[in-house]
Design a protein around this ligand. Structure first.
Ligand code: ADP
Ligand code: 5GP
Length: 219
């Protein structure tokens, strides 16, 4: 369980990307359970829901006209065309969480990560790329997840290199071999990044108080 800060801090935009099947949803779920104050950015998409997917929880399922009008209104923090469908991160809930000092977790592809990094919120962004230990293991994970048929798995495998080839644009890279070890590393990264000076706007006030106390103690 994460500890409450003594000095107010700014929210981080935590981006997880990986080829499909490398384990980013699993790691994201663990991170949310570790720190329930994290808010997950529910993306908008034009793809149809899969069985079991709930509108507003897994995605906001929109038609193309509505999606495009949100983009035109500047209501998307980033957006991209992935596997033949549009995906985007609605801006409003992100801004709200960040202003309240809460981190936001994104499960988005490299195009979205690049756009957020280049946005006004770029300096409050932590991007982490998840690599599989091997390509046969990536395929095995897609198969054992039991979510997709052989055709969809073949399509995801075919697209995996396109995603992997952008690994070097990220702040951190995790090779997700052992899940528990990867999760420990992920928590370490998040814990350290929260302590970056620019993530703690309350520090100046805290140091001023220390100075007052210091002068009092010396008097
Ligand atoms: P992604 O969100 O990247 O598409 P998932 O998180 O759905 O991938 O993981 C794909 C499958 O691999 C799931 O069945 C998950 O339980 C499994 N998995 C994830 N990480 C590991 C790991 N380190 N070792 C073995 N299996 C894993
Ligand atoms: P899926 O359709 O399997 O849920 O997601 C397909 C891909 O789209 C994944 O790589 C996922 O990370 C990416 N994705 C999901 N939501 C967004 C989003 O809001 N923006 C971008 N750029 N990519 C997204």
């Amino acid at each position: 369980m994460a500890q409450a800060p003594t000095v107010p801090r700014r929210g981080l935009l935590i981006i997880l990307s990986s080829p499909s099947g490398a384990g980013k949803s699993t790691l994201a779920r663990r991170l949310m359970a570790w720190d329930p104050s994290l808010s997950f950015s529910v993306s908008a998409t034009t793809r149809p829901p899969r069985p079991g997917e709930v509108d507003g929880e897994h995605y906001h399922f929109l038609d193309e006209a509505r999606f495009k009008s949100m983009v035109a209104d500047g209501a998307m923090l980033e957006h991209a065309h992935v596997f033949g469908n549009f995906y985007g991160s609605p801006m409003a809930p992100v801004a709200e969480a960040i202003d309240a000092g809460r981190d936001v977790l994104f499960d988005i592809d490299w195009q979205g990560a690049q756009q957020i990094r280049n946005s006004a919120l770029g300096r409050h962004t932590l991007s982490i790329f998840i690599l599989p230990p091997s390509i046969p293991e990536l395929k095995r994970r897609l198969e054992t997840r039991g979510q997709d048929g052989p055709e969809v798995i073949a399509k995801r495998m075919q697209k995996s290199w396109d995603e992997i080839s952008h690994w070097d644009g990220y702040d951190y890279v995790l090779v997700n071999d052992d899940l528990d070890a990867s999760f420990e590393r992920l928590k370490t990264i998040v814990t350290a990044e929260r302590l970056r000076r620019e993530q703690q706007p309350g520090l100046a006030g805290h140091v001023r108080r220390l100075h007052d106390e210091f002068l009092e103690e010396q008097a």
